[in-house]
Write a protein that binds this ligand. Sequence first.
Ligand code: ADP
Ligand code: MG
Length: 333
Amino acid sequence: MTKTENTVIIKGLTKNFDVRFKEAGLAGSIKSLIKPKNIVKRALKGISFTVSRGELIGFIGPNGAGKTTTLKILSGLLYPTNGFVQVLGFNPWEKKPEFLKNISLVMGQKNQLWWDLPAIESLKLNRAIYEISQKDFTERLNKLTDLLDVGNLLSTQVRKLSLGQRMRLEFVTALIHEPEILFLDEPTIGLDVIAQQKVRDFIYEYNLKNRATILLTSHNMNDLLDLTKRVIVIDSGEILYDGYLSELVRSFAKEKIIKVYLAKESDIKKFETIGKIIKLDLPYVSLSVPRESAAVAASEILQSFAVADLTIEEEPIEGVIRRVFKGEMVKQS
Ligand SMILES: Nc1ncnc2c1ncn2[C@@H]1O[C@H](COP(=O)(O)OP(=O)(O)O)[C@@H](O)[C@H]1O
Ligand SMILES: [Mg+2]
């Protein structure tokens, strides 16, 4: 189908936004009117990664990291400032029809459905835009509405639907042309848990059945844990990590968790000098200690207490992802 197995190639991509800077207060407003001051916001500072056909990748980071900017550049909505970008062998910003027919950008907070019309009307419009034959259209519509369980909602005015129903219809509309690549920007945001699960199941199926390439941005822990194997972590316009989700802990976790079952009652005050107590439910104690001193801490515990059982564990992956969302990761040297 495609000429290249690397469906997405980004090398040294930068994106600067010119932002007009205004000092606070009235004086600031006047000053900026007389002598406007522009500052450059460096949203992407030279990022590089490639994505192979059929991969489903989590693209994660704190707010303002540059995720949406990247997805917009990949879909041809924004020009890059510098660097090399290729999607399915195309320059996205040239917006060639063969390119547009094979990608889709779905944004959780933005919709392409017409608010006052039933979804079927927007779908028919897309059928015309993407020059889909009546036969393909009917087949795909049946398949998509089936998967997303929205067949009975096609003729309802969009404004009368719930957010979850609308989001699922957004997916039908965004995918009626069966794109090879999906850019999903927070697709489950604001949805209730049931709708989230439906959308998740759908993304999973679409990836599998169509061997579609999917870049998924999400702050939803379950989206990441259920769907992605590889994650790319971005913060302040820089890639901090690109690899297996399961390895993220090893690269980023600064602490280890020591879990102890005490054999008999003891003065637990000493634990506080060894590490940070996470849970105290005697005879069980768990505490976090810096990674590098985990072994020393464990032997200190064994010397100071009568211990029935002791294990040293990695910080749970959820904790690490949470810190990614909060922007608490530091770039690896
Ligand atoms: N049109 C714009 N004009 C100026 N700054 C922008 C614009 N779009 C995004 N930015 C800035 O670029 C940075 C990255 O934004 P964005 O890609 O939306 O982050 P994310 O999606 O990771 O939350 C942020 O600091 C944001 O304020
Ligand atoms: Mg965003």
